[in-house]
Design a protein around this ligand. Structure first.
Ligand SMILES: *[C@@H]1O[C@H](CO)[C@@H](O)[C@H](O)[C@H]1NC(C)=O
Length: 123
């Protein structure tokens, strides 16, 4: 009798683990930022293409990247990227990034490191 209860609780424990694995909550790590050189020069500076992808089932809004020192000679639509003037870039004007990746291009002598800093996850 006691061993049956033990077996059931072990079973429940594993069911719990499995269901956790299937509906794992999203995190900042589900945002990926890919950057590549397009090969085009704008005012003599290389152009960089950036794609922000949300690999989570839930949308993520208020996505902010670390983009310290960001500069560009190629205008970027502020609805896609707004630079704070210090360390941060707001993506999509705070609107959610869903399955559809967000891309933009900028041009400067070197690529700036861009990594996710924060977001609001809507699960
Ligand atoms: C977000 O930015 C702040 C201030 O620059 C920094 O202290 C923090 O480590 C950043 N967080 C991440 C996840 O990059």
């Amino acid at each position: 009798m006691a061993s049956t209860i033990k077996n059931i609780s072990i079973l429940l424990f594993f069911i719990g683990l499995i269901s956790q694995a299937y509906c794992k909550p999203c995190s900042l790590e589900d945002l990926s930022v890919k950057q590549s050189e397009t090969g085009i020069k704008i005012q003599g500076k290389p152009e960089w293409s950036v794609t922000v992808t949300n690999n989570c089932e839930c949308g993520q809004s208020q996505v902010i990247l670390n983009c310290r020192g960001y500069k560009t000679v190629e205008p970027v639509d502020p609805n896609i990227l707004t630079y704070s003037g210090t360390d941060y870039c707001l993506i999509n004007y705070g609107k959610p990034i869903n399955k559809q990746p967000v891309s933009f291009k900028y041009a400067w002598d070197q690529a700036f490191s861009m990594t996710p800093n924060s977001s609001k996850i809507a699960c």
